[in-house]
Design a protein around this ligand. Structure first.
Ligand code: ZN
Length: 248
């Protein structure tokens, strides 16, 4: 059975408090209710940082300098290559005031990150990374988790995604490999997000925010490999999320 990457976002204990912090950080995060055509108006608070800000990145537990620098350099591509109005700065280790606090190590059970400003509501680490340079998945995992930290969402759950999932195969693999329930698989992998209040580009199978999808988990001839480079649409998303002038 192929290995699938199963990871859940790191979620704050109090989602309501996290939403308040999101709106304080960036007034543009406040929910915009769509028009009356929606049967049920969903109000979604975004979790984007305030444009123009420099986010400090701190590593917890003083890992190896080469590991820190490889992670930081890879993550920084999101901003240096996109030209978005946001910056990352490497802080000292164990800095409690850093917005992004990264725990590393082979013993961590999975790779995971908070979604954007949810990090403000976390007491300790906001990201766990158990990859090292040289791992086949290093670039994918670092870019993917830092994508979450900067507010990007799962591409395989894009409202326009039409992945021919073999749900039973995924449910079985997730239960065996990660102890997930059927509902967790549906919520974190299969379900598409409501197309309300999201900052979106078109569905992009080449996005680093897309999980690899082995053919064994789909019906027919359909698969997605390990996306290890930021796509043009990934970069476009970051520019829209962090513009130099407020959208009018
Ligand atoms: Zn993810």
């Amino acid at each position: 059975m192929p290995e699938l990457i199963f990871s859940r976002p790191l979620k704050p204990a109090d989602p309501h408090f996290a939403e308040q912090l999101a709106r304080l950080e960036n007034p543009g995060n406040s929910p915009t209710r769509s028009g009356g055509r929606q049967k049920r108006a969903l109000a979604i608070t975004r979790k984007l940082w305030r444009p123009g800000r420099t986010l400090k990145v701190s590593f917890l537990g003083s890992p190896d300098a080469a590991l820190k620098s490889a992670i930081f350099r890879t993550a920084s591509q999101w901003l240096t290559r996109s030209g978005a109005n946001l910056a990352l700065a490497l802080s000292t280790d164990n800095d409690p005031r850093a917005q992004i606090r990264v725990r590393t190590g082979r013993s961590l059970p999975r790779n995971e990150s908070c979604a954007g400003t949810d990090a403000l509501a976390m007491p300790a680490e906001t990201m766990n990374l158990n990859v090292e340079p040289g791992d086949a998945a290093f670039e994918h995992v670092v870019l993917h988790e830092f994508g979450h930290a900067l507010g990007a969402e799962h591409e395989h759950q894009h409202p326009e995604a039409s992945i021919p999932w073999n749900v039973e195969a995924v449910v079985h693999a997730a239960a065996t490999q990660s102890g997930w329930t059927r509902q967790q698989v549906i919520d974190e992998m299969i379900a598409r997000q409501a197309d309300v209040g999201l900052l979106r580009t078109q569905y992009d199978p080449g996005s680093v925010m897309h999980y690899p999808v082995p053919q064994a988990f789909t019906h027919g001839d359909w698969e997605i490999g390990l996306n290890s480079h930021l796509s043009e649409k990934d970069l476009a998303f970051m520019r829209r999320a962090y513009p130099f002038q407020a959208a009018t």
